[in-house]
Every structure is written in C-alpha cells, then in structure tokens.
Write a protein that binds this ligand. Structure first.
Ligand code: NAG
Ligand code: NAG
Ligand code: NAG
Ligand code: NAG
Ligand code: NAG
Ligand code: NAG
Ligand code: NAG
Ligand code: NAG
Ligand code: NAG
Ligand code: NAG
Ligand code: NAG
Ligand code: NAG
Length: 705
C-alpha cells in the first residue's frame, strides 16, 4: 500500500515538473485583448479579432508573448450585411504600443482616421500591414514613415488623385510586396514614384486603379520586380517595350483590363524571363492574324503558363503558340473557339494541361494532339453553354491516339456528343485517373469498356439517362475505383456482382434515381451499413431513396429493416461470373496474376440458301487454345451440332443448312484448354429462301420426272 502511494506521488510530482517545463518552453496561446481570441497555427500565435463586432481597437495587456498576426478582418465576403463584422474607423495614437506582432490586418474595416503616432512602439516588430479605407479619405502616409522594417504593405479603398515622386516609399526600403487596390481617382503615377526607393520590391499589385494608360515608366523603375499584377483597369492598349528592362520578371498578370491591341514588341526583353503570362478577361480577338503576332513573333523560352480565357478568339491562325516549347498550362476558357484544328497546338511539346471549357467547339481534328504528346489534363466541358446552335462535337477517336498513354484527366461535361465516339475514346485512354461524363446523354455503358483501365479512380456519370448496367460495365476497376457518381440517371437497381470486391470504392452517389428496394439491393444495404462503421457520413452521400415498392417509397434504404428488402420467389444468392483469367506463372516464385478476359464477338459474314459464313474478332489470343462452334435449328431445337476449331481460325462456313430456316449460332472460347462459360457470343440468323426462279426450275423438273 505504502509502495503504491509513494509511486503515485512520484508520478504526480513528475507530471507537475513536466507541466512547468512544458509551459516555460511553450507559452500558452493567450489573447492580450479580452474581446479577441488566440489561435495557434504552425506553432505560431494569432490574435484573432475577426467578426467580433468591434468599433474601436481594444486595449492590449502588456505581454512578452510574440504574435505572428493581429487581425480585425472578416470571414464574410460582404461585410455590409453582417451583424458581427468589425466597424473600426480610426486608429488612435500608440494603438499597438508594446505589442510584439509581425502582421496587422485591418482590411474590411472602413478607416477614416489614422493618427501620425498610430504605430508608435510597434515599429521594431511590424513586418506586414494591411489597411482599408472608406474610399473617401487619403491614407495617412505620415503614420507609416517610421515603419522601416515593413516588407509588405496593402492599401485598399483610399482616395488619392496622383502618386507623385515625393512620397512615403523612400522610407520603406525593405518593402518586398506592395498592393495598391481601389484607389479612387488615381489618374497618374509619376515615373519617379518608385525610382530608387523600393529597391527590394518583388511583387507589385496595381489593382482597380482608374488609370487610362499602363504606367510604363513608373514600373520600369523597379528592376527588382519579379511579379507584376496590373489588373481591373480600363487600359485598352499596350505599347512596344513596356516591360523591357524588368530582367527579373517571372509572373505578369494583365487580366481583367480592356486590352484589345498589343504591339508586337510589347514583351520585348521579358520573352525569355516570363514563366507565367495572364491575359484573361480582355478584348483580344483572333479575328485578324496580326492580333496574335505578339505571341508568335517571339520565342518564349521559359513560359510555362499562358492564360487567355474570356477573350473572343472566333477565328484561329495556325500555330499561335508554336514558339512556347516549355508551356505546360494553356487556358482558353470561354473564348468562342469553334474547333481544335490540327495547327492550333503546334509546337507545344511540353503541354500538360489544356483548358478549353465553355467554347463552341464542334470539330476536333484527328491531328489536334499530335503536337502535344505530354498532355495529361483536357477540359472540354460545356461547349454549348451560350451557343444557340446545338451541334454535337465531332471528336474522332483517332484524335487521342497520340495522347493515349499520357492523358489522365478528361472532362466532357454538359456537351452534345456522338456517344459512340466518346466510348471509343475512353476505351483507348487506359491511363485515365479522372473521367467526367456528366450530362452527355449516355443511356448505356458498353461491356468491358474499362477492362484495361488500371488507374481510374474518379468516374462521374451523373445526369445521364442510364437505365441499367451490369458487372461487365465496370469490369477492370475493382482495384482502383474510389469515387463513382451515378446521381440523376434512370436506374432502378444494381446487380450485386457489379461492385463485388471493389476494394477502393469509398464514394458512391446514387441520388435522383428510381430505386426499387427489393432483395437485389440487399448487397447495397449491407455495403452502406458496413461503411457507416468507418465513414459515418456515407449515408448522406449515397442517398439511395426507395421509389418502390410503395410501402418503402421515399425511404432511405439504410433506414428500412433488412427483411423489408424481399422478393418473391425468395432470393437465392448466386456466384458472380469471373471475367478474369488467372494464369499461374511458375518462375522462381509461384505467383498468380489475374488478367482480364479477352473481348470477343461473332459476326455474320455472308448468308446463302444452304450455308452461313461467320467470322469473329478477339482482342487477346494469348490464352486461347481453341473454339467450339454450335448451331441449333430453332424450328427443331433437337437438331444441334458442335464443331471444334483450332485457335488460329477466325472464320467458318456452316454448310448443309436448309433454306429459310432460323439458326442460333454460338461460339465459345477455350482458354488454357478449358471451355470458358463467360466467353460465349451468339448470333441468330435465317438462311435465304430459294428464289422463285429456282423454285420454277424445280417445279418443272418435278413435273417432268
Ligand atoms: C504596460 O507597461 C507600461 C510600463 O512598462 C505601463 O506604463 C502601462 O500602464 C502598462 N499597460 C497595461 C495595460 O498594463
Ligand atoms: C454589435 O454592437 C452593437 C453596439 O455597438 C450592438 O447594438 C449590437 O447588438 C451588436 N451586435 C451583435 C450581433 O452582437
Ligand atoms: C502628422 O505628420 C505630418 C507630416 O509629418 C504633419 O504635417 C502633421 O502636422 C502631423 N499631424 C499631427 C496632428 O501632428
Ligand atoms: C519616428 O521616429 C523618430 C526617431 O525615432 C521620432 O523622433 C518620431 O517622433 C517618430 N515619428 C513618429 C510619427 O512616430
Ligand atoms: C473623385 O472622383 C469622383 C467621381 O469619380 C468625383 O466625384 C470626386 O470629386 C473626385 N474626388 C477628388 C478628390 O477628385
Ligand atoms: C492570372 O494568372 C496569375 C498567374 O498564374 C494568377 O496569379 C492570377 O490569379 C491570374 N488572374 C486571374 C484573374 O485569373
Ligand atoms: C526575345 O525575342 C527577341 C526577338 O524575337 C529575340 O531576339 C530574343 O532572342 C528572344 N529571346 C529569346 C530568349 O528568345
Ligand atoms: C497547371 O495546371 C495544373 C492542373 O492541371 C495545376 O495543378 C498547376 O498548378 C498549374 N500550373 C500553374 C503554374 O498554374
Ligand atoms: C473538321 O476537321 C476536319 C479536319 O480535321 C475537316 O476535314 C472537316 O471539314 C472539319 N469539319 C467541320 C464541320 O468543320
Ligand atoms: C458517331 O461516331 C461513330 C463512330 O465513330 C460513327 O460511325 C458515326 O457515323 C457517328 N455518327 C454521327 C451521327 O456522326
Ligand atoms: C429517363 O427518365 C426521363 C425522366 O423520367 C425520361 O424522360 C427519359 O425518357 C428516360 N430515359 C430513358 C433512356 O429511359
Ligand atoms: C519473388 O518474390 C520476391 C519477394 O516477394 C520478390 O522480391 C521477387 O521479385 C520475386 N521474383 C519474381 C521473379 O517474381
């Protein structure tokens, strides 16, 4: 007893010592203002004053704790409709004195007053400052003068008419990031505004400034610049040499302006430094070949990303991107493109992602992708979105031959397509990981179409009119398929063999179908119940709502009793067919590798009066050892004959038949000397009748003999 007490005491003492040591090493996350909370992120402390209904900056306790950030911003996109958002309008003198904080965020407050001394006392610590005004007052630049350690400054919604050469930036020698956003009435930036001032500036945002012209000289005076965003302006033209001496520029974002004209030499000097160019949301047109020559007249040795979305490229020159051999991402969303011609992607030997959704593509050339052997992601969603003509896309399977092994993501949602072309394409693209086929009017899934797909994880077939499928439909995906979306189709049941042994299936979406909850869905009931043990939310995802029988109507399948899922006559479980060949490879180790069954089919070649010629196709003959051909006279089913055929046969003439009789002809495959029950293909065919002329001859001879 004594011993236990002593040990217990020992443990408690150790615990206390541990707590003391621990709390010395790691201070507790405590907010220095009672109105705010303290949040820990990556072992750093954040004073969180978001959405605390504050109208003034709180008084902070004296503390020696070091904080990463103090934020008064908001998580609401629109603060005008929010009752808990802060509404701080002024920063009093010495508001943050003695606070050891690196970043202060006052965005989403409409500041009207900033004292000269607002930041006194926080200068040694402050690195990043974000301020937002009410669009009526100038920011008080004098208050920032002593913040010489600042590396990041964000000023938004202030009133200012010009930015001249005599300004605050000469004091902010350490600034690396500057964002000037929505400065009302700013019509002029002096060419010396940044000259010899912000020598370490890497990133500049000039966002939503009402400048009529791009401020060429002011920006050229920042040679350290690596990233420039000049966006949301009314600028319409870019002139020659606009970026010439910006030798470090990697990212150039000129999106959301009104640019309709770009001089051929605009990008002179940065054509070999840029990694990313964004010209989305402008007024560029491909109407005349010249308008794109600013791209093809230069070689862009490093460019990896080009965004041109939301322009109007309704006529296309050949090879507009041919000088961009390192381009990886090309974005041409919503550009009114009419086709992917054989010349469009010329030269893009490293293209990885092509985003061409929301265009008007009706024709994809068979040579469209011969230039892009590395293409992984192709997004062709919504080609009819705001297009009056409802034309199906002509997408020949031949077009994907050159990207057969590279393509991993294919998006074809909400399109009018030739469904048989699409399935031919899918059959070829055996390395697909993600396939989006929502809303393209599918009714069936061809047998074995996924049999060679060894990577497919995510398949979306929602909003189609699929009425049924079976084990052959998803055959091949049992070890990879993780997410399957079948919502909003015309399904009533799913055979229990379909997803048998699908070891990776975790997400199954079934809502919006007319499920018939009887014994055939017992497997689904058990699958959901079993998944619920580890994925409690699975039931909200699957959403299998019973439509029939009437007594179960509108109920979620997992909410009924298992015994309610009944059938008459009673359900007898059966063995699912095995569509794999299991070959035992006896090398040093004996391993069994299941491989898909070959796909084969019998066809009629020729029909005559006394004979029928048949032929067959089989995609993989390596395990075939022979065939058995059977023929049954359907008028007299006892008349049946069998013929054994050699593995090299591909056709056969069935002779000695009778005229105008119907026969059922079946061919069964023998694999490794065993007749396979699942590899049988049948046709029903009638022989020709004896023509009237022959009958006449026959009648005459009958009469005369
Ligand atoms: C913080 O400490 C200073 C002296 O170091 C003192 O003047 C001030 O009143 C203290 N403030 C608070 C809120 O405790
Ligand atoms: C926010 O503060 C005001 C007073 O400043 C008060 O009238 C209002 O009820 C508060 N709103 C909420 C949601 O606490
Ligand atoms: C704030 O500083 C500016 C510039 O240094 C000065 O002109 C102004 O008078 C100061 N304002 C106050 C209230 O001290
Ligand atoms: C800036 O720092 C100088 C020198 O430390 C000091 O004299 C001045 O009062 C400070 N100005 C402001 C606005 O804090
Ligand atoms: C700013 O522009 C608005 C119109 O856009 C005008 O009404 C206002 O007077 C201007 N303010 C200044 C200070 O120029
Ligand atoms: C333009 O591209 C740049 C670089 O990728 C990106 O940072 C920026 O968000 C893009 N702008 C828009 C409006 O998409
Ligand atoms: C940039 O374009 C100019 C003009 O075409 C060319 O002389 C220069 O070599 C180009 N730079 C690169 C790297 O292509
Ligand atoms: C290119 O696109 C891929 C998606 O396909 C994306 O993950 C990647 O970040 C993009 N690269 C750039 C530089 O934007
Ligand atoms: C589609 O492109 C092919 C060339 O790839 C061309 O022969 C055919 O005329 C085009 N069809 C339409 C409708 O533009
Ligand atoms: C659809 O595609 C198939 C297969 O490529 C082709 O045989 C058929 O003619 C196409 N149908 C239409 C209407 O274009
Ligand atoms: C699928 O269901 C819809 C609505 O119930 C119906 O209009 C459509 O004809 C059905 N499609 C098929 C292929 O059964
Ligand atoms: C045999 O098994 C060992 C260990 O499982 C493996 O490392 C080796 O590659 C196998 N050899 C063959 C020929 O499959």
């Amino acid at each position: 007893m004594e011993n236990i007490k002593r040990r217990l005491c020992g443990a408690i003492v150790t615990l206390i010592i541990c707590i003391i040591i621990y709390s010395e090493a790691q201070p507790n996350c405590i907010s220095p203002a009672k109105q705010c909370g303290c949040e820990q992120r990556d072992n750093k402390f954040i004073i969180n004053c978001r959405d605390k209904n504050l109208t003034q900056i709180p008084i902070f306790d004296n503390t020696s704790i070091q904080y990463e950030e103090l934020t008064f911003s908001s998580s609401y996109p629109d603060t005008s409709k929010c009752s808990v958002c802060n509404r701080i309008t002024s920063i009093p003198p010495r508001a943050f004195v003695n606070l050891n904080v690196k970043r202060i965020d006052l965005t989403k407050n409409a500041l009207t007053y900033i004292s000269n001394d607002s930041f006194a006392g926080v200068e040694p610590y402050l690195k990043e400052l974000l301020l937002e005004g009410n669009e009526a007052k100038e920011p008080n630049y004098a208050a920032l003068k002593n913040l010489t350690g600042l590396t990041k400054l964000h000023l938004e919604k202030f009133q200012q008419t010009t930015l001249n050469s005599n300004n605050i930036f000469e004091y902010l020698q350490n600034l690396e990031f500057l964002k000037l956003k929505t400065l009302k009435n700013l019509s002029f930036i002096d060419s010396a505004a940044f000259q010899n001032k912000v020598r370490k500036l890497k990133t500049l945002w000039l966002d939503d400034l009402p400048l009529k012209k791009y401020p060429v000289k002011a920006v050229l005076n920042i040679p350290s610049l690596q990233e420039l965003h000049f966006i949301n302006s009314p600028v319409t033209e870019l002139y020659s040499m606009s970026f010439k001496d910006l030798d470090n520029l990697n990212v150039l974002d000129l999106s959301n302006n009104d640019i309709d004209s770009i001089d051929d030499n605009t990008f002179e000097g940065v054509n070999d430094t840029l990694l990313s160019l964004n010209l989305s949301d402008n007024n560029l047109r491909f109407k005349t070949r010249e308008t794109l020559s600013f791209l093809s007249s230069k070689s862009w040795t490093k460019l990896e990303e080009l965004r041109l979305s939301y322009n109007k490229f309704d006529a296309l020159p050949n090879g507009p991107f041919r000088t961009m051999s390192n381009l990886r991402n090309l974005t041409l969303e919503s550009c009114q493109l009419p086709s992917i011609s054989s010349g469009l992607l010329q030269g893009l030997q490293n293209l990885h992602t092509l985003e061409v959704s929301q265009n008007r593509i009706t024709n994809i050339s068979i040579d469209a992708f011969v230039h892009t052997p590395q293409l992984k992601v192709l997004n062709l969603d919504q080609q009819n979105k705001d297009f009056i003509k409802r034309l199906a896309i002509n997408f020949p399977a031949e077009a994907v031959k050159s990207i057969r092994t590279s393509l991993t993501h294919l998006h074809l949602e909400q399109n009018l397509v030739n469904v048989s072309q699409i399935w031919e394409i899918i059959e070829l693209l055996t390395n697909l990981e993600k396939l989006k086929l929502r809303s393209i009017n599918l009714v069936t899934i061809p047998d074995f179409v996924f049999r060679y797909h060894t990577q497919l994880q995510d398949l979306d077939l929602s909003e189609n009119q699929i009425t049924s499928f079976d084990q052959k439909s998803f055959h091949g995906l049992k070890d990879t398929l993780n997410s399957l979306t079948l919502s909003n189709n015309n399904l009533t049941t799913i055979d229990e063999c379909v997803f048998k042994n699908f070891s990776k299936l975790n997400y199954l979406y079934l809502t919006g179908n007319m499920w018939n909850c009887d014994c055939h869905l017992l497997w689904l009931y058990d699958w959901i119940k079993n998944k619920m043990l580890t994925h409690p939310y699975i039931e909200y995802m699957v959403e299998c709502v019973c439509q029939s029988p009437p007594r179960l109507s509108e109920k979620y399948i997992q909410d009924v009793n298992r015994s309610d899922l009944s059938c008459i006559p009673v359900y007898i479980p059966y063995r699912c067919p095995d569509y794999y060949i299991t070959t035992t490879i006896t090398t040093t180790n004996s391993t069994t590798t299941p491989k898909p069954l070959p796909v084969f089919r019998i066809f009629i070649a020729e029909v005559m009066i006394f004979s029928i010629n048949v032929f067959w196709t089989i995609d993989d003959k390596s395990d075939v050892t022979g065939y058995v051909l059977s023929i049954v006279d359907l008028q007299n089913t006892s008349r049946k004959s069998l013929t054994n055929l050699h593995r090299d046969n591909t056709r056969f003439k069935l002779k000695g038949l009778q005229p105008q009789r119907t026969y059922n002809i079946c061919l069964q495959v023998e694999l490794n000397n065993i007749l396979n029950q699942n590899l049988i293909s049948c046709v029903t065919q009638s022989t020709k009748s004896v023509p009237a002329f022959e009958l006449f001859k026959k009648t005459i001879s009958d009469t005369y003999i």
